[in-house]
Design a protein around this ligand. Sequence first.
Ligand code: ZN
Length: 382
Amino acid sequence: MKIDLSGIPLIDNHAHPFPAGRAAASEYERHFTLSRAQKDPVYVQNTLIFQMLNRKLRRFLGLPDDCAIEKVIEARNEREKQGRKKYIDDLWKDAGYLGMIADVGSPVTKNLLTKEELAEFEHDMEGHFMYKVNRLEWVAEDVIEAGTYSFEEFTALYEKGVRDMVEKNHLVGLKSIIAYKTGLEVKVRSEKKFKEYYYLYLSDPSNREYEKAFRDYCFCKGCEIAASLDIPLQIHTALGDSPLLNLHKCNPALLYDAINAYPDTKFMLIHAGYPYCEEFGFLIAHYDNVFGDFSSMVPFASIAGRTKIKSILELAPANKVMFGTDSGSIPEQFWYGAHLFREYLTEILQELVDKDYISYSFAMESAENIMYKNVKRLYKVE
Ligand SMILES: [Zn+2]
């Protein structure tokens, strides 16, 4: 039987606000790479993702297949100028993209969104699905910057800060970027050991060993808070913004200690673990409290989704993994991520049905789960 997913909508497990001003401040090629170290746009122009997205965009905008990239930029800028919200709505409708769980604590450089930018985002999201998460690390850093506290005072202020952030901003989850900071190999220590390290860290914040123990402590507390609030903790794994990210510290398998120490915390591992996709699928399969999404890999790793979504599904249950894009600068990223994901998932499910490994009804039920139902269930939102 033919697998047709065209009528099933998509909800994005992880993406970001995309204020017009920030997008306009960067050159067009920047929207196709996560790297901050890469300077020459000619390299980006020669990537598959740049070619693939702009090929489809030419058709969406009614331009000839072979027109120059400058014409594409001109045409999409003109559509934005005529009405940005309408352009977003048109793109997303075309892709069956309903909306997102938005990480509003971006970017990783902490050049955070202003009140005005967040208001603009909320306006753009009118009529779309949107719920928010925000980051543990910013709360911890704000407490450290506010004064010198005892270990007990720090712990109380940090915990109150996280709980207040969730309540006041109606967050449906928390997020950690410890992968960027000191890596995913969180060492779970006794309270006494963490306390010793806390004072060592205060005495020398530039010492990497002390900083790591301090951040591991904040992460562990974050796991406890997320469990007590019964909300998921999104955790950055996998690829990200160079040079701020050391890929070797981002393999999700490094979370072994933390996952075993906090069985009541819902670990939402993001970005498909790419390129460590099999490790990612393994963790999701082996622990009831571990979930995952395909964001960033789709669309930024171009054709990877064709094989890697399947690699993850080798082990991961279809009711624990979900669509995502990690988009956050131009609306075309969300649009193309949705198209690409639907195409890849259709191919994978079709192959499994054709080989008679799974039934048509299991394929369609899994598609609905992966495309939007798992997100609604996990975050308990409608
Ligand atoms: Zn992200």
